[in-house]
Design a protein around this ligand. Structure first.
Ligand SMILES: [Zn+2]
Length: 166
């Protein structure tokens, strides 16, 4: 399914290899992540006892800070250039079942019961902590996304491998 109305400004040719444009994308991605982390922290629920244990197991330092918000549709960035670049590098909106923004985790309704998905997202929480917060995570995540694509980004590989066979 394509995303009607997502084409925005007509597929602007954003070039993440250009340092100035990459910096703009990182800044926009950071704004998106910070805004939605605030939304999730305000409206989401805390982890259950079992989920807190899962979070500790994957290395989250402050699992009590995590909030999970189940939603029909995970909000995609409004910025047309950021959207077009994320799609180009393997993150189409219709693929999003879960998304971690700092201590906030969005789970899409059909996926909300998936323990494996929540554990995957908790690995991303641990990565945010390890890298030093939202800004540094977004910068590193985008670097890997633009260099390797979603499927081969090291932060995604780590999340997949951590929960594989669990
Ligand atoms: Zn992931």
């Amino acid at each position: 399914m394509t995303c009607g109305g997502c084409s925005g400004m007509g597929g602007a040719r954003v070039d993440p290899d250009d340092p100035a444009q990459r910096a703009m994308l990182v800044a926009e991605g950071t704004r998106y992540a910070e805004a939605h982390e605030r939304t999730i922290l305000a409206a989401g629920g805390p982890l259950s006892a079992g989920e807190l244990a899962d979070a500790r197991r994957v290395g989250v330092q402050h699992p009590e800070r995590v909030r999970v918000l189940v939603t029909d549709v995970i909000p995609y960035p409004e910025d047309a250039e950021l959207r077009s670049v994320m799609k180009r590098y393997g993150l189409p909106p219709e693929m999003l079942r879960g998304k971690t923004l700092g201590y906030g985790i969005y789970l899409a309704t059909p996926a909300a019961k998936s323990w494996r998905l929540l554990r995957h997202e908790l690995v991303h929480v641990a990565q945010y902590e390890r890298l030093g917060g939202v800004g540094p995570f977004v910068r590193e995540y985008f670097r890997q996304l633009f260099d390797s694509g979603y499927g081969k980004a090291a932060l995604e590989i780590e999340a997949r491998q951590t929960v594989a066979g669990w």
